[in-house]
Ligand binder design. Structure first.
Ligand code: TRP
Length: 450
């Protein structure tokens, strides 16, 4: 068990894997659509604040606990607990995290399957298989199940390869591809007529909308989802960091990359919408608001690609490949949370654990897909609106109140000798003890009551 645990081969290996976890559909889909309907740069600004002031400290809590315990979330939270009661609460919190990660993967896998199907559609069209192309893009049980299963299988194959030969290897291949495709698409879209209007909408902040409470709530929720917090994915990635690394600077790098890619994705999606409008595609709904969420991705953008002729085929393909890559490096991190638990606590091999766990999650996905109207929105709400913030709160409590302060410091000092005199150590302990819990509770209360 302990002796055969994996470790990322280098600082860069961890950065690519953890930013792969962070950068996902939340960045390329969630962030731009939220920014578009919440005052453009005003939302970006608020998101920056929330990410640095609240999500980064919570991310650090997970990374530090993980690297200290060198274990999955259940074992780790038990290990930092001082007595029987807190150990029990640690187990409960850890289990809740693993279950939440699994449920998030269950709906994420369905959405990721759509991305693969939409990437395949332009290819089918090019070879003249019109019937196939419309099967790929029309909502249907068969299509949903087939592509969810393909996606889950790929995720599980990567995870069964282990930390270096699975997670790190694939993140290192996919993340540079993601960046290249994203930059290429931005470069192209910005040359098209109409794009500059989108850039203006995105970059000129509408401050009249930035200081309302709902916007803050949305920005914080988005930051927590985007940094993969609360469910033990960052904790388990943290557990694979070498003791030689400066963990505070690694956390900062992940936060910066996550924010950077979200901001870049805004430069793609929002201008693309205005190009679509220029080409005659409707981008405002009946109420005069920008079309967002799934209609934006699966209706507005494909309609835009259609107006672009043969270039549109290439662009459409590239766009949905980008989405698939973003989803995949995130889904492997979700699967790693329960798989590491089954491996380490129940002693199953990594291969067996990853197929067992991903098989179970696929069954849940099938149930969600077959009862789409009843379950899809419900599972998203339960996991991202309720479970994730509450679990984030618990992790802050473990790092700030339950775990001994000198042990926390000792862990940070490994790889960062001057930690005690650093700005980080002056601010973070107070943050994680008081500011984060109060802020999360405030936002959570608003969500539940509002
Ligand atoms: N952060 C990813 C995104 O932005 C999704 C993700 C990966 C996630 N692991 C997670 C979300 C754990 C919540 C919890 O799409």
């Amino acid at each position: 068990m302990a002796g055969t645990r994996g470790e990322f081969s280098s600082r860069l290996g961890f950065i690519l894997a953890a930013s792969g976890s962070a950068v996902g559909l939340g960045n390329i889909w969630g962030f731009p659509t939220q920014a578009a309907s919440n005052g453009g740069a005003a939302f970006l600004l608020m998101y920056l604040l929330m990410a640095f002031l609240l999500a980064y400290p919570a991310l650090m809590a997970e990374l530090i606990i993980g690297r200290h315990a060198k274990a999955n979330i259940v074992t780790a939270l038990r290990q930092v607990s001082g007595n029987g009661l807190t150990r029990f609460i640690g187990s409960l919190t850890g289990f809740a995290g693993i279950i939440t990660a699994s449920l998030i993967l269950a709906f994420y896998g369905i959405v990721a399957g759509w991305m693969i199907a939409f990437a395949a559609a332009p290819v089918a069209e090019t070879v003249g298989a019109e019937g196939l192309a419309s099967w790929l893009t029309d909502f249907g049980n068969e299509r949903n199940l087939v592509f969810m299963l393909i996606f889950m299988l790929i995720t599980s194959l990567i995870i069964s390869g282990g930390v270096r030969n699975g997670i790190e290897k694939w993140s290192s291949r996919l993340m540079p591809m993601l960046l290249i495709i994203l930059m290429g698409l931005i470069g192209y879209v910005l040359t098209l007529p109409g794009a500059m209007e989108g850039v203006k909408v995105y970059l000129l902040p509408d401050f009249s909308r930035s200081f309302n409470f709902q916007l803050i709530v949305n920005a914080l929720g988005q930051a927590f989802f985007s940094l993969s917090l609360g469910v033990g994915t960052m904790l388990i990635y943290g557990s694979y960091i070498s003791k030689k690394e400066n963990i505070a600077s690694l956390g900062r790098a992940i936060t910066l990359i996550d924010i950077g890619i979200a901001a870049l994705a805004g430069m793609l999606i929002i201008p693309a919408m205005y190009v679509a409008q220029h080409n005659g595609v409707e981008i405002f709904d009946a109420g005069g608001k920008l079309i967002a969420e799934d209609t934006l991705i699966f209706t507005v953008l494909p309609a835009l690609f259609d107006t672009m002729g043969s270039t549109g085929v290439v662009i459409g393909f590239a766009f949905f490949v980008l989405m698939t890559i973003a989803a995949l490096t995130s889904s492997i991190s979700m699967l790693e949370a329960p798989v590491s638990y089954v491996c380490e606590v129940h002693g199953l091999s990594r291969r067996a654990s990853s197929f067992l766990v991903s098989g179970t999650i696929a069954v849940i996905s099938v149930l969600i897909a077959l009862n789409f109207g009843d379950l899809f929105g419900l599972v998203i709400n339960l996991t991202t609106r309720y479970a994730q913030p509450l679990l984030g709160l618990m992790l802050c409590i473990f790092a700030g109140w339950i775990w001994h302060r000198h042990q926390v410091l000792a862990e940070i000092k490994a790889g960062f000798e001057q930690a005690e005199q650093s700005l980080f150590w002056r601010i973070w302990p107070v943050y994680i003890r008081y500011v984060c819990p109060v802020a999360i509770l405030t936002v959570f209360g608003q969500k539940v009551l509002g």
